[in-house]
Design a protein around this ligand. Structure first.
Ligand code: GLU
Length: 376
């Protein structure tokens, strides 16, 4: 169960994900910021000893590897550079986490995942089981994207969303993003002096999304505020609180507890585990635009019938994830489609009884079944 917001602030949440950004871990000259990292590891270990279960999502492999290989643009000039830099940097990165955690008497475990690993349900459940076992053994998992094998189309690219997905997989209570900025501002604080920090976000709406720009403050990581808000959407939808706090200070978690400075996105009520996984999926293959009647029916928990669909786009296959959008284009739900795109295009607007006549013998009468759908 998701614990209370008070619990999160007081840091008594049972299980948390701590994501550390590249610019915090790696200095401008490409070295690990060891002294700072020791202060973070000390507080992580203290929480671990106090019974909290923590998973670290650590960036920094590309930044570290790029320096060692002398690659331009921080190793992000091409995908091949990023893959090579990550391969070289990751070995050093895991090494330092293992060493510093070991010095605090805690064993570390490395887990590298690709986007695909978390998008396919069976592999997702597998990753979830591994995390569970490691936590049960009193180990602290250190997770990163497997950047050396991820291709452009199938990569997270940022560890913010990865942290939220790992949080789901580990059934965590909260996600803390340590960043080079201390929260979400009403405007970009680097260019607008009137920008104000937003301490609490109850709901992620268009206003909140518009406050998040894609540029990262440091230029070293790849996240920026847009991916943090996207991570917050995934986390809160899965019943986890998410906070963005500054990592620009020593012992940043303790400092946060003392000062309360940062942005907290409040968790929604928890959905079932399967729906949570579905809502957080990033690979959406198509969109079904529905009429007002279907919008109302979905809100009442009904399945999506072809009659309520006005348009279909995308090249999806049966079982793929599609977005379901209202007439104004706003995405209101997401689900696994029961038909390939070609067949869906032929039956939309028609009554379910007519499906067999249009497509031949077909047993399915709905386009997206309510058990395979999550209303957002
Ligand atoms: N996985 C990338 C790395 O370790 C970082 C992604 C990010 O910047 O969030 O270098």
């Amino acid at each position: 169960m998701s614990e209370s917001l008070t619990g999160f602030r007081a840091n008594v949440c049972g299980r948390i994900i701590v994501k550390v950004g590249s610019s915090l871990l790696v200095s401008k000259d490409g070295e690990v910021r060891r002294d700072w990292l020791k202060t973070l590891v000390a507080e992580i270990a203290a929480r671990h000893r106090a019974g909290q279960r923590l998973i670290i999502v650590s960036s920094g492999s590309i930044a570290l590897g790029a320096r060692r290989l002398g690659l331009a643009k921080g190793g992000r000039a091409t995908l091949e550079d990023a893959q090579a830099a990550a391969a070289v940097g990751q070995i050093a990165l895991s090494g330092i986490w293992a060493e510093l955690l070991q010095a605090e008497g805690v064993a570390a475990a490395q887990i590298l995942v690709t986007l695909d690993d978390l998008e396919h349900r069976r592999r997702y459940l597998n990753a979830s089981a591994t995390l569970e076992r490691l936590l049960g053994l009193g180990v602290i998992p250190v997770v990163n994207e497997n950047d050396s094998v991820a291709t452009e189309e199938i990569r997270f690219g940022d560890n913010d969303r990865l942290a939220a997905r790992i949080g789901q997989a580990a059934q965590a209570d909260a996600v803390v993003l340590l960043s080079d900025i201390d929260g979400l501002y009403t405007a970009n604080p680097h260019v607008d002096p009137a920008a104000e920090l937003i301490p609490m976000v109850e709901r992620i709406n268009a206003r909140i999304t518009s406050m998040a720009t894609a540029e990262s403050a440091s230029g070293m990581g790849s996240g920026g505020m847009a991916s943090k808000v996207e991570a917050a959407r995934i986390a809160t939808g899965a019943g986890m609180h998410l906070s963005i706090i500054s990592g620009r200070v020593d012992a940043p978690l303790t400092r946060w507890v003392q000062s309360g400075r940062g942005t907290i996105f409040r968790a929604d009520k928890r959905k079932t585990a399967r729906k949570t996984w579905l809502a957080g999926r990033l690979t959406v293959r198509g969109t079904l635009v529905v009429d007002e009647g279907a919008v109302a029916a979905l809100a009442r928990g009904r399945s999506l019938l072809p009659a309520g669909v006005k348009g279909s786009s995308g090249d999806y296959r049966r079982g793929d994830v599609v977005n379901i959008a209202a007439p104004d284009g706003a995405v209101i739900a997401r689900g696994l489609t029961e038909f390939d795109a070609d067949d869906a295009a032929r039956i939309i607007g028609h009554r379910s009884e007519d499906i067999a006549a249009i497509l031949g013998e077909v047993q399915r009468s709905v386009l997206v079944h309510r058990d395979h759908m999550v209303v957002l």
